[in-house]
Ligand binder design. Sequence first.
Ligand SMILES: [Zn+2]
Length: 138
Amino acid sequence: MSTGQKLLSPYDKIIHAQNLISEISKLNTLYTEEKATKKDLKKIKKVLLNKHDTGFTSILDKYGIKEIEILKGVKCGICAGKMERFFGCWHCTKCKFTSKTAHVRAIEDYFLLFKPFITNRELRTFLDINFLKRQTNY
Ligand SMILES: [Zn+2]
């Protein structure tokens, strides 16, 4: 870094959604002179939209793995056995290990394997949680 440059915290570069309009207003008062024509802005917009990349590539697609080949459910961190949700905790059916956060790793795996977001239904399916089944079984 050259001398005279101020080191900014990452939080100085982040604008929260609720502050976005006021931050844009501040920028509009700071920069009043137009540097690009409307035609240039349209070209820039088109290029940005065409070159936009979410940065996500599906590992399954890359290696030709089908979704059905991925084991669903929460895996025990101790013995790799299947864990079941019971009274707000995950319980290993094999070694009886108990965890409140065992599902976090499975969700992280989902984001890496499938896509960077998940719906409630997809989450329940992936974690192999069936609330109706549990109501009748317990
Ligand atoms: Zn276990």
